[in-house]
Design a protein around this ligand. Structure first.
Ligand code: APR
Length: 232
């Protein structure tokens, strides 16, 4: 049996844990101007505003709990007889807290900080401030270790290797509006992988998938994992 499963998750998988999505009604980009809080230019202009935005999201993420969808994917990673690769666009740590061992955070991590002067990385304090000094070089050049619009996502070469060698590609809880993640299903189709979308509603890319399951991630993801493991 062909058995490498590659999974992409987006904000929709964390929605039922209480963390906001971006483009749903009332989503984060209807509350904040992404140019101001999610671009290097915005950070250069007003670092305190940007730190404030991510400090609030960091506190929300710490107060949130993984939901049945995160837990089901961790079970799939543990019990599937082949390789399971999880790529997430999310910056929360709910996959890890659900017990997922290996997570590729292509947009970085809310719980990590980095130095723009020496590229040191460390666990972010709950509250980051513009005056913080880098623990390695002492420079006041610290920022959240998050990939902003206009910056290159992490691990793109590794991600391409996984997508093009997948037997099954699953996209969960993403609107498919942001590249390069939105292009993964096309790469998977070109590599003859079977493709499945699990989402609350149709996405921009729904027509690209062999199979779709529409509904709440906490319901459709555990059901999907159960079917996979029953047939494995
Ligand atoms: N269960 C399943 N899917 C859900 C749920 C839920 N409970 N709630 C919402 N969704 C779906 C929505 O229908 C939508 O298609 O999740 C998707 C969320 O889409 P976005 O808000 O656009 O989030 P995402 O696709 O992760 O955004 C990608 O854009 O802003 C950047 O870097 C940011 O990583 C983010 C990227």
């Amino acid at each position: 049996m062909r058995n490498k499963i590659v999974i992409l998750t987006g904000a929709g998988i964390s929605a039922e844990s209480g963390l906001g999505t971006f483009r749903d009604a009332g989503g984060l980009w209807s509350q904040y101007d992404l140019e101001e809080v999610a671009t290097p230019e915005g950070f250069a202009r007003d670092p305190a505003k940007v730190h404030g935005f991510y400090n609030a999201r960091r506190a929300n993420a710490k107060a949130a709990e993984p939901n049945a969808a995160h837990i089901a994917l961790a079970r799939l990673e543990r019990d599937w007889p082949g390789q399971v690769v999880l790529i997430t666009q999310n910056i929360d740590d709910l996959h890890e807290r659900a017990g997922h061992q290996r997570v590729i955070h292509m947009h970085g991590e809310l719980m990590e900080a980095k130095c723009e002067a020496c590229d040191a990385h460390w666990e972010a304090p709950l509250q980051m401030l513009p005056a913080d000094a880098c623990p390695e070089c002492g420079e006041h050049a610290t920022r959240p270790d998050i990939v902003w619009f206009g910056e290159m996502p992490y691990d793109m070469d590794l991600i391409e290797q996984h997508i093009t060698s997948a037997d099954l590609f699953a996209s969960i809880g993403t609107s498919g509006q942001v590249f390069p993640a939105a292009g993964f299903v096309m790469q998977a189709n070109a590599a003859d992988a079977r493709t499945v979308e699990l989402n609350l509603e149709p996405s921009e890319l729904s027509g690209m998938f062999d199979e779709r399951h529409e509904g709440l991630a906490s319901e459709v993801v555990p059901a999907w994992v159960n079917r996979l493991l029953a047939g494995s």
